[in-house]
Design a protein around this ligand. Structure first.
Ligand code: 13P
Length: 252
């Protein structure tokens, strides 16, 4: 079977105002036109309406960076799947290590979010990854397998084949310290093997597994060429047009 379509997904985190976002997207549209990957940008909630308008007619898709699993109710400060779907969002990033660390997001919450996102007709990008201590203690595989196993509880084979997982070792996020292709490949292969154990190889061959953590214009090509890495979830470098262009075309 040929490899899955490569995804180059930017995670802007808490960066860019709505005006800055539109200016960036207007430039990116032309650059992304020739991309050989699926291009996604994960933007702050308040940027979503303007960015959805700006990407019209282009091959850029829009992701949210979080969502609540309930449809509506007394959840001050939260945003529902229905709100995102109606706004034109295709993907929702969930379980990012920053949300786990600073906002107490648990595997169980991530599982509820995945269910709600799929039920609303969007696609979750489920993040996982180990700390430096966990890597040094040799529990990376156990930790990541547990995170993914709980995140996928109750999802069907069809649903899992369609979603996206992002392996982001915490020690490589925003540090400039990228995992080597071999380190990233090793864990992405472990995740694919877990999906095969749970759902069979037909499903595990379809699920896209991204690598994230200091992906840049210089390392994207080698990372994305690995057999079990289907693209990247890119933080800092997705905020810069020249770097992100090279990543989405992964020719650097
Ligand atoms: P950096 O690319 O800035 O290391 O961030 C990675 C990340 O957290 C993407 O979600």
């Amino acid at each position: 079977m040929s490899k899955r379509v490569i995804m180059a997904a930017g995670n802007w985190k808490m960066n860019k105002t709505p005006k800055e976002a539109v200016e960036f997207v207007n430039e990116l549209k032309g650059l992304a036109a020739g991309a050989d990957s699926e291009v996604v940008i994960g933007v702050p909630f308040v940027c979503i309406p303007n960015v959805i308008e700006a990407v019209k007619g282009s091959n850029i898709k829009v992701a949210a960076q979080n969502v609540h699993w309930e449809a509506s109710g007394a959840y001050t400060g939260e945003v529902s799947c229905g709100m995102l779907k109606e706004s034109g969002v295709d993907y929702v990033i969930i379980g990012h290590s920053e949300r786990r660390e600073y906002f107490g997001e648990t595997n169980e919450m991530i599982n509820k979010k995945a269910r709600a996102i799929i039920d609303s007709g969007m696609i979750p990008i489920i993040c996982c990854g180990e700390t430096l201590t966990q890597r040094e203690q040799g529990v990376t595989a156990e930790h990541v397998r547990y995170q993914i196993k709980v995140a996928l509880l109750g999802l069907s084979a069809q649903e899992v084949s369609n979603l996206v997982i992002a392996y982001e070792p915490i020690w490589a996020i925003g540090t400039g310290k990228t995992a080597t292709e071999e380190q990233a490949e090793e864990v992405c292969a472990i995740i694919r093997k877990l999906i095969a154990e749970l759902y069979g190889t037909d499903v595990s061959e379809k699920t896209r597994i991204l690598y994230g953590g200091s992906v840049n214009a210089g390392n994207a090509k080698a990372l994305f060429a690995m057999p079990n890495i289907d693209g990247g979830l890119v933080g800092g470098a997705s905020l810069k047009l020249d770097a992100f262009e090279k990543i989405i075309k992964h020719y650097a």
